[in-house]
Design a protein around this ligand. Structure first.
Ligand SMILES: [Zn+2]
Length: 705
């Protein structure tokens, strides 16, 4: 029948909004906590019969999912609900079931979240995503993003085991390791996404993630009904649903699934939640035992990293209310109890699980011993996952970026909060350098290593080497580097053809290429290399010169500081000069910072211009008032508005009716688009075919008209 997604309702103020998943905040109160609402009545009439005929994955519940149309899938959902006969006998219980989420595509229940989120952002045209994770969510997102061609940046704490990091790198994700807490990793990830205008995963607050996870509740009810058929056509609900808790998104989402079934009349009561934390990180349990309304953040001390969320935030409040309403509870178990439960489940039920899942089983044991669970009650435990270690030798070096929150340079008089803030800021600056990526392609490993060492001895860049053109092209397409340094004479494909291949692929056409060659070049050779950024003769250049050129091309801060130093020296002589009154002001609007910087460098090099950068339409509109630009250089693919719309909006402002505009884009325009700009007298410059001198000449002409 398709999705019966009807509307979005704000959890905090009850405001109703249309079912638009690009909305992240309540239009009335600004709350980020929004719930999806469906047509439950139609669902209730349809489901008991209809779902039986459908595929064994979570998409069988399409009426209560917020997405339509084609989706990518790896068969997520519909994991087995296994009766644990030996375990229930050992515990003196009658009905213990294990929801075996290990049998998900990446081995954890977070695949449901990953599948929904990635499908929805893919439908929105997003192709780059940032998230912070304690582990399992990262693996799920990495796998689905790989399948959906979405570039993924994952920020993890250094507590996450290397096996996990390798698994993520294997999926092609960019992995950034933060030497700090999960909360700090989240903050850095968030700022990183903001600086680069990338989609940031909202985690617990986002609708798609929760709507994916809730399908566990649907499955449990449908599957239990095969064991305990009810006469009135309703589905069976467990008395207890038990799960380990970190930030709380899992149990919150799963409870919402049961709640939707209750609203549809498909079940007649709610299960009690048994929420288990690990003692070294149990802020929710502490608050629950003391009957606090809010949980206090703590610093995690547990070896079970997947559960190491020290600040439960809003998650606790929601789960507390749920436990009070339905009769659930929160308890803590030790790392040791969890590891013992892990061994017991492997030996008795043949289930090898991750330590985080074992926490739930240790919790089951404790809840039984302490008399919470009656012998006849039906219990379902979420076996949330297990891990697959990835083999180290199949990955390149540097599969992970190490980011230290160096606080040692900050004066001790600064308050701790400011210290952390400044530490994060400095770390982000360093990260900009660290994520700057260079691919070196040279069939002589000795030479490529030399170039790599040379670059890395001066800058903290990431440098990848390939020793033949095929691997080189593969590496370039996968890593999308900021620069390529390339040999000319190689087996299989020579540098000329390689350069052509790179320049004719729109994905790689804009990456600057430096050619380093042992061959003496004829004028004809040079002609064929005209699309290269620069050509260097092996054995014929000063190494420092090469590094300087790389740094310059990559738009490094060192260049900026040289510029500002020059200004300072001059300004002591003439106080008017810093304002550069004789310089024309140009505003570059481009969400690709490297492109914006490239234009800035070209124009500022000729001393006549001061160039300001904006990375989105909104920033550009803000900048108009601050900068008062005399010319605009506009990319068409902006994150928040089409360039055409921005152009018309700017020219509708009285002071800017006649502002000269140049379009600078990687996009190929169709006839209608070409006409649009011709009508407005706007020339179009293709990013791949930039002729610097001509650009400057044209701008001179346009601005002095
Ligand atoms: Zn609201």
């Amino acid at each position: 029948m398709g999705s019966l997604f009807q509307k979005i309702v704000c959890r905090d103020c009850g405001n109703e909004m249309p079912p638009d998943l690009t909305r992240v905040r309540c239009t009335q109160c600004g709350s980020k906590w929004l719930n999806a609402i469906y047509d439950y009545k139609t669902t209730a009439q349809l489901w008991p019969q209809a779902v039986k005929e459908r595929d064994a994955d979570l998409w069988r519940y399409e009426e209560l999912l917020p997405t339509r149309g084609e989706h990518i899938t790896m068969g997520e959902g519909w994991t087995p609900l296994v009766r644990a006969y030996k375990l229930q006998r050992e515990l003196g219980l009658s009905h213990v079931f294990i929801k075996d989420e290990r049998q998900s595509p990446t081995g954890s229940f977070k695949d449901r979240q990953g599948a929904l989120v990635v499908n929805i952002i893919r439908q929105q045209g997003i192709n780059e995503c940032v998230l912070a994770s304690t582990g399992n969510k990262a693996a799920a997102y990495a796998a689905y993003c790989a399948k959906a061609d979405i570039r993924l940046w994952i920020f993890l704490t250094s507590m996450v085991p290397n096996e996990k990091l390798r698994e993520l790198a294997l999926y092609g994700a960019e992995v950034v390791k933060i030497a700090g807490t999960y909360e700090q990793a989240k903050k850095i990830a968030h700022d990183f996404a903001k600086r680069r205008n990338l989609y940031y995963d909202a985690g617990i607050a986002g609708i798609p993630g929760r709507e994916g996870l809730k399908t566990i509740a649907f499955e449990i009810a449908e599957q239990l009904s095969r064991h305990f058929p009810l006469e009135n056509g309703k589905w069976c609900v467990p008395d207890w649903y038990i799960q380990a808790v970190s930030g709380g998104i899992g149990p919150i989402a799963i409870r919402s699934g049961f709640y939707q079934l209750l609203q549809a009349g498909l079940i007649d009561r709610m299960p009690k939640l048994g929420l288990i934390q690990v003692e070294g990180c149990s802020p929710m349990v502490t608050a629950w035992e003391r009957d606090w309304e809010e949980a206090e953040a703590i610093t995690p001390r547990t070896r079970i990293t997947v559960l190491a969320t020290g600040d439960p935030g809003v998650g606790y409040k929601i789960l507390r209310a749920a436990c009070k309403e339905d009769g659930g509870t929160m308890i803590a178990v030790s790392d040791g109890e969890a590891f013992r439960a892990m061994r017991r489940l492997a030996r008795t039920e043949g289930i090898s699980m991750e330590p985080a899942a074992a926490v739930a089983f240790a919790g089951l044991e404790k809840l039984t011993q302490e008399g919470y669970i009656d012998p006849d009650e039906i219990v379902v435990v979420n076996c949330s996952g297990h891990t697959f270690p990835a083999e180290k030798h199949i990955l390149e070096d540097q599969y992970v970026l190490d980011l230290e929150l160096g606080e040692q340079n900050i004066a001790p008089s600064v308050s701790p909060a400011t210290q952390i803030e400044e530490g994060l800021g400095a770390a982000l600056e360093r990260l900009d350098e660290q994520v700057t990526t260079i691919v070196v392609i040279d069939d002589n490993p000795h030479d490529s290593r030399l170039i790599r060492r040379l670059l890395q001895s001066h800058k903290n860049y990431r440098v990848f080497e390939a020793n033949n053109p095929i691997d080189g092209l593969d590496l370039v397409r996968h890593r999308k580097p900021d620069m390529i340094v390339m040999d000319l004479t190689m087996p299989d494909m020579d540098g000329f053809n390689m350069l052509n291949a790179l320049k004719s692929d729109p994905e790689t056409a804009n990456i600057p290429v430096m050619v380093i060659s042992a061959k003496t070049l004829s004028p004809n050779d040079r002609e064929r290399l005209s699309k290269a950024h620069s050509i260097w003769q092996k054995g014929n250049f000063n190494t420092r010169e090469l590094v300087d050129r790389v740094v310059e091309v990559l738009g490094n801060d060192q260049i900026d500081s040289e510029v500002s130093q020059t200004v300072q020296v001059v300004s002591s002589v003439d106080l008017e000069l810093p304002k550069r009154p004789d310089r024309k002001r140009v505003l570059v609007v481009d969400d690709n910072r490297r492109d914006a910087r490239l234009v800035k460098r070209i124009l500022e090099a000729n001393q006549n211009y001061t160039v300001y950068e904006s990375y989105s339409a909104q920033e550009a509109l803000d900048a108009l008032h601050e900068v008062g630009p005399q010319l605009l250089i506009l990319d068409l693919l902006l994150p928040d508005a089409p360039g055409e719309a921005l152009l018309d909006e700017i020219r509708s402002i009285p002071d800017y009716e006649n502002i000269p505009v140049i379009v600078f884009t990687a996009k190929s325009l169709n006839d209608a688009e070409n006409d649009f700009f011709r009508d407005r007298n706007v020339p179009i410059w293709k990013k791949g075919e930039l002729d610097r001198q001509e650009l400057v000449r044209n701008i001179d002409k346009m601005i002095n008209r």
